[in-house]
Design a protein around this ligand. Structure first.
Ligand code: XCC
Ligand code: SF4
Length: 621
């Protein structure tokens, strides 16, 4: 079977110009390539301009993807509040009122629908603002907002930022690489604090704020004798309906009639993360397992919506009985069955889909079935709200115990390990080695996206992982609270939860007054998508250092590299670092965390040492 791994082998060696960002095909005088002999394109653009422009276009692409997802959800909230689609209701009224209050919306004495409608209108405007900065920025610490204002990177409307980025990178417009790159940060901020934050907030309101939930991960979650339906992509709109439809007694009975032992709904990529976080629906795998799920021969139907869905799926499915169904009107692939959700009656569409999968069960060829016997239990569902609750209980929910643990050195710092897999590196290896190294050194690890799935498959999302692998300090905290040392915070848009958690840490006090002062670092070890580029940029612009497992396509411009890796320190107190192996990356993380601790005056070595790995062993003896 030809999968992405084989296709990578078949690819010719990567073009150096593409790899270094030196190929410009923005106009038809080109494409132009920059070499020693031809240091400028036909229009006169030099390496700095070309590299910076290509980079900004990547950020705009990533921002557009996250934000368009956010927009779809706002529109859904609006329709739900207007009572136009009865299947979607405001499932988490508490979240609605809390989030609305964050934007200054009055909620006393008003129905949840009225509050939701006002919130939806406000958030829709976030996409359109022409002259004012985003309202979502006000959810960040005040000092943070001041930094963005001083640097002139506070974004206006999200759509406007993306359009402006495309305009500025059109032939003959913005040629100063610094100016272009500042726009990259500004656009990325419109993603993290804008589009992504909105997506997370609305998903919580409509589908429920996640709280700790048990499940399993890896291809072994597929059932040998159940109808297997796999949802893949990013938007939770349909998968939420499938979660309900697959539990429906009539549908269940229909599956029994077809000779199946039941229905297994499982997920791939971030759709998996969305329904795992809220329903405990198992994860079949991460990005690089989408084709492999089909190759098990045991999948009756795979539903794909948007982002990270490989166009090869129908081709692979042709060798099996698997039906690939595309469900988003903006995303079609040749060879899939295209079924769009009926907005008037989405649950009915979901039921039809499940029934079709059941009908397909009889076509499964037992000779072709090979489900790997691998799965690991996990606990996910760590929204910021859930973490607060775990730390302080229902009436005193707060981050105080976390801040105290960081101040005392039991927790050395907080690291977000996020992002994709990439067939160019060994799958999950960097992510998992780094995670182990860090929790062994008392670093609390927050995870999203496919990096979270990697940890799930390693068994690191179980509370017991604290006993097995965490340093003494972190272990103590995890045991007291009953949480794993690695917290699954959700999908890629839920990186906004990481920003939210950082903001809570600042609000709680004792660890600085903006995000750049907290001992926190972001790492994207095996990233591949434009969304990851945008995420990395909004982390840095929010004052959080980012370590990449492999570099951006910017090698062709020393100036661009210097700007991103050094000059950003002066602008945002954070920058990019590239580390191609996990042990060096772990050392760098520790180094960065300790520097922050030093500056806060909490790096009391003697106390901290007590909690380090070596001492843990001594303590155990
Ligand atoms: Fe896609 Fe979100 Fe990357 Fe996974 S981690 S491969 S973007 S699914 Ni975001
Ligand atoms: Fe070449 Fe300039 Fe056109 Fe780019 S914009 S393709 S460098 S002429």
């Amino acid at each position: 079977m030809e999968t992405c791994f084989a296709r990578l082998d078949a690819q010719p060696a990567s073009c150096r110009f593409g790899q270094e960002g030196l190929c410009c095909r923005i106009c038809y005088m080109g494409p132009c390539r920059i070499t020693n002999k031809s240091p400028r394109g036909v229009c006169g653009a030099d390496a700095d301009t070309i590299v910076a422009r290509n980079f900004l276009r990547e950020v705009a692409g990533g921002t557009a993807a996250h934000s368009d997802h956010g927009r779809h959800l706002v529109l859904l909230l609006k329709q739900a509040a207007e009572g136009k689609i009865p299947d979607y209701v405001i499932r988490d009224e508490r979240a609605l009122r809390r989030i609305a209050a964050g934007y200054g919306i009055k909620d006393k004495g008003r129905s949840k629908e009225a509050v939701a409608l006002e919130l939806a209108d406000l958030l829709l405007k976030e996409f359109m603002l022409q002259e004012e900065p985003l309202a979502t920025l006000r959810l960040s610490p005040a000092k943070q907002q001041a930094i963005w204002n001083n640097r002139a990177v506070a974004p206006l409307g999200i759509d406007r930022m993306v359009v402006e980025s495309l305009h500025r990178t059109h032939m003959g417009v913005d040629h100063d690489y610094r100016n272009v790159l500042l726009q990259a940060f500004r656009t990325a901020l419109a993603d993290g604090w804008g589009g992504s934050r909105i997506a997370t907030q609305i998903s919580d309101i409509l589908f429920g704020t996640p709280s700790p939930v048990r499940s399993d991960a890896n291809l072994g979650v597929l059932g040998k004798d159940t109808v297997n339906i796999v949802v893949h992509g990013h938007e939770p709109e349909l998968s939420e309906m499938l979660a309900i439809a697959s539990r429906d007694p009539e549908v269940q009975a229909y599956a029994k009639q077809a000779g199946a032992g039941g229905i297994t709904l499982a997920g791939i990529c971030c759709t998996a993360n969305e329904i795992l976080m809220r329903h405990g629906i198992p994860v079949a795998g991460s990005f690089l397992q989408q084709e492999l799920a089909v190759v098990t021969g045991a999948v009756e139907m795979m539903l794909v919506d948007v982002q990270c869905c490989m166009p090869s799926l129908p081709e692979i499915a042709r060798n099996y009985h698997t039906k690939i169904v595309s469900t988003a009107d903006i995303a079609k692939t040749v060879g899939t069955t295209h079924i769009i959700l009926n907005r008037d009656n989405p649950l009915a569409t979901a039921k039809v889909l499940v029934r079709r999968a059941i009908d397909n069960f009889k076509n499964r060829d037992p000779k072709k079935v090979a489900i790997p016997d691998v799965k690991k239990p996990l606990v996910a569902g760590f929204s910021v709200d859930a973490i607060k609750y775990m730390m302080g209980g229902r009436f005193r929910a707060s981050f105080r115990p976390l801040n105290d643990a960081v101040i005392q050195g039991r927790i050395r710092g907080i690291v977000g390990i996020v992002g994709c897999n990439n067939p160019r590196t060994r799958v999950d290896a960097f992510i998992n080695t780094l995670t182990r190294e860090l929790i062994g050194k008392n670093v609390l690890v927050l995870k999203t996206g496919c990096a979270a799935i990697a940890s799930a498959k390693e068994g690191m999302l179980r509370p017991e992982a604290a006993l097995e692998a965490a340093g003494a300090g972190l272990r103590e905290v995890c045991e007291a609270i009953g949480m794993p040392p690695v917290l699954h915070m959700g999908s890629c848009v839920d990186n906004s939860r990481v920003l939210e958690a950082g903001t809570e840490v600042v609000r709680e006090g004792g660890l600085g007054d903006n995000l750049s002062q907290i001992p926190a670092v972001g790492v994207a070890p095996e990233w591949m998508s434009e969304k990851a580029v945008a995420i990395a940029c909004y982390f840095v612009a929010s004052g959080i250092d980012v370590i990449l497992g492999h570099p951006f396509h910017i090698g062709g411009s020393e100036n661009v590299q210097r700007f991103l890796n050094e000059e950003t320190k002066e602008l945002f107190n954070a920058s990019f670092h590239v580390c191609e192996d996990p042990i060096t990356a772990a050392d760098l993380v520790i180094n960065l965390l300790d520097r922050k601790r030093e500056r806060l005056g909490i790096n009391r070595k003697a106390e901290r040492k007590l909690y380090d790995m070596e001492d843990r062993r001594k303590l155990d003896v």
